[in-house]
Design a protein around this ligand. Sequence first.
Ligand SMILES: [Cu+2]
Length: 224
Amino acid sequence: MRRLLGRRVRRAFPSTRPRHVGKAAVLGALTTALAVGVAARAASAPQTVAPAHYLKRSAHAGMLKDRRVVFSGRRIVIPVIAVAPGAPDTTFEIHGRVDPTLVFPAGVRIRFALANAYRGMPHGLDVTRKSPPYAKNPDLRATHKASASGGKAVVAATGVIPPARDSHWRARRSAWVTLAPGTYYYACPVPGHARKGMHGRIVVKARHAGEPSPEQHSGTVALR
Ligand SMILES: [Cu+2]
């Protein structure tokens, strides 16, 4: 059982060095696996990832079009870096861009994989319907009354990730989510961060008649 879980951990984050996957990580994965049965939207347990590999994954995520990062495919993992090396404080980096707008076609399954590259501060990522500007303690989880669907403002979350340590980063993934067409935002739930600008926009485009569905799309291989 432990060997099986270890293999799963390494497959989910191939950069993870086995010697850093201790009992805590295995127990964490086991706990998560059990928790998923109870709450399907739970985020994954924190994992240790190698910066170089994660930077490469993030740099290749999506395609850059007019300063937006556009994604296609059926199931997409979006590797996000909290405070990438050389990036300004309290920012996210995706595809080498700071807080870019992300564009998805409707119907795709997405999940965010956030790595915290910063040693001095925890960070997290919420996908929310609540738009900026944000207060110091934004209630991203509050019900968005103006929302047409009337649902909760937060539709996906990685959970807060502890600071990076030594030369390794910590990472967590949100649960898979399919977003209805519309505008969303990704924002850091740690107090003060979203207000300082740690957020970006997400646009989910409705498909028009005649356009291929994600199932028919064969162009882009989703990052795992
Ligand atoms: Cu933050």
